[in-house]
Design a protein around this ligand. Sequence first.
Ligand SMILES: NC(=O)c1ccc[n+]([C@@H]2O[C@H](COP(=O)([O-])OP(=O)(O)OC[C@H]3O[C@@H](n4cnc5c(N)ncnc54)[C@H](OP(=O)(O)O)[C@@H]3O)[C@@H](O)[C@H]2O)c1
Length: 339
Amino acid sequence: MSSSDFRCRVAVLGATGLVGRTMIKVLEERNFPVSDIVPLASSRSVGQVITFKGREFIIREPSKEAFQGVDIALFSAGAKASREWAQIAAGEGAIVIDNSSAFRMDADVPLVVPEVNPGDIFKGDGTPEPIIANPNCSTIQMVVVLKPLHDRFGLKRVVVSTYQSVTGKGKVGRDALESELAGEKQDEFTHFHQIAFNAVPQIDAFTENGYTKEEMKMVNETRKIMGDDAISVSPTTVRIPVYGGHGESLNIELERDFDIDELRELLRTSPGIILQDDPSARLYPMPLTSYERDEVFVGRIRRDYWHPRTLNMWIVADNLRKGAATNAVQIAEVVVAKN
Ligand SMILES: NC(=O)c1ccc[n+]([C@@H]2O[C@H](COP(=O)([O-])OP(=O)(O)OC[C@H]3O[C@@H](n4cnc5c(N)ncnc54)[C@H](OP(=O)(O)O)[C@@H]3O)[C@@H](O)[C@H]2O)c1
């Protein structure tokens, strides 16, 4: 069989969710070498059909048998389902790429953004790790931008404030905004408070240090992906009533001084980044214009005149794509390319 004939059986756990549906779309768009899709979801969705390249596949519940013969298993059904099924899928020979938080900080599980640390996917003998974790959406878009800056100038500290789409909380997050906008009474607020016409400075539960779990993911995951525990990330994560993507305001302190035009050029030519930075034309990234796009969009790049070796910028990425589905499929592409 020539390498161009190679096709994978791909399982998608969470195939009816916002991320799972996007995964199937991204596999199709990127022409990933798929022989069969095995779509898996909860008992609520069994028997529904998903379409991939004009072929129909019936949704099943996860089981040991469902993972038999699967080469790549893309998981996006939450941490509980990942903990239940990842070892079983890996035991059946699948490479599991997990979108949940279940394994991200496990020492023996790589946490990967292909533009940053693709080498971590593989063990010393060159074979892929059986379980590979996809970082949190707000971390992914930030490290794509931080990586080239760290390599060139050394990264000291990042102060980040996020403006996160309701779709980051999945179907229930999106539906909550729609029903609030329709004036329907809520028994309990999905985003802790009314999200329509509001901004909520809490994503996930608070930890003992006063930061939320979402904020601590940005702190800890950034260090793991960049392989540098000295990097300081100081985050505030905020949910806002938008679709289309997460915005992040970054204040970045570097080890070495920079020329702002050189730095802008560095970002423009770095993988996975699209520069949209022309204030005179009111060109800067926005969730609506980043929607359904796979890249991280960067704009409003400017020196922080009140602090040495420091700059500000504004970045946006589609959280369902680069923040989840696209990143997972890119990892699968690296696995397939090497094997
Ligand atoms: N949304 C984002 O921007 C984003 C970004 C990065 C990572 N993630 C992670 O990706 C995962 C999915 O997020 P999402 O936004 O797609 O959520 P979602 O829209 O709520 O979808 C959840 C999916 O998981 C399935 N599911 C739930 N419990 C299950 C179980 N016990 N067994 C099998 N399938 C089960 C659901 O099936 P039914 O339809 O049958 O209920 C659905 O397909 C989460 O771990 C999330 O943290 C999300």
